[in-house]
Design a binder for this molecule. Structure first.
Ligand SMILES: Cc1cc2nc3c(=O)[nH]c(=O)nc-3n(C[C@H](O)[C@H](O)[C@H](O)COP(=O)(O)O)c2cc1C
Length: 183
């Protein structure tokens, strides 16, 4: 797939199964993240690649957060299973670094670019994925369990694997609704 086709047909897939990317395919995904635009080259990020028992470990953190946040029993039970919706979940974290020219927002933006790059690198190698966030991404208990500071941000949980279904082509969006031209 050429780069433009990838950009124009990129899509998410919530219904994921094994196999997850591994070896060179996974390394390409990591390298794609590390090529994200990054003001001052701070590399203000950390990525936790969860597979197998790692998914259960992440699920236990989400469940603990559900309990501590006073969620209902259904949410508490579900939390444990959430990461198991894919064979791999990459937790993408913006690790804030104080810098006179690079505000926190830009560091979050750089990490978001890395997530997008990883998703596209997965797609072009025949895998599929979806970027999720949800209340757990904002939860102070989850951040604490991951040893994050208040200023760090969980930018997303990137669920990766192989698509269970054939993707539906998405309709083209009218660009004139979102772009104006000044010339
Ligand atoms: C920061 C961010 C957080 C998101 N969180 C969720 C989420 O928690 N659950 C979800 O179903 N989709 C979430 N999405 C949207 C999906 O990743 C996806 O873009 C959406 O389902 C549209 O599908 P498409 O990417 O094929 O256009 C999020 C997207 C972004 C950028």
């Amino acid at each position: 797939m050429d780069a433009l086709t990838l950009l124009l047909t990129r899509h998410s897939q919530p219904r994921l199964t094994a196999p997850a990317p591994c070896s060179m395919a996974l390394e390409n995904i990591k390298q794609a993240a590390l090529r994200a635009p990054d003001h001052a080259g701070l590399k203000p990020w950390e990525f936790i690649v969860c597979t197998d028992e790692g998914l259960s470990k992440l699920g236990a953190i989400l469940q603990d957060s559900a309990i501590k946040s006073g969620k209902g029993q259904e949410s508490i039970d579900r939390a444990l299973q959430l990461p198991h919706r894919a064979p791999m979940v990459i937790v993408a974290i913006a690790k804030y670094i104080e810098h006179e020219k690079v505000p926190r927002e830009e560091q979050i933006a750089a990490t978001a670019c890395a997530v997008q790059a990883m998703q596209m690198a997965a797609l072009v190698q025949g895998f599929a994925g979806i970027w999720r966030s949800g209340s757990y991404a904002q939860c102070p208990f989850v951040k604490m369990s991951l040893n994050l500071s208040e200023e760090d941000e969980i930018v997303g949980f990137l669920y990766l694997g192989s698509s269970k279904v054939k993707p539906m082509p998405k309709p083209r969006v009218a660009s004139e609704n979102y772009f104006t031209h000044w010339s």
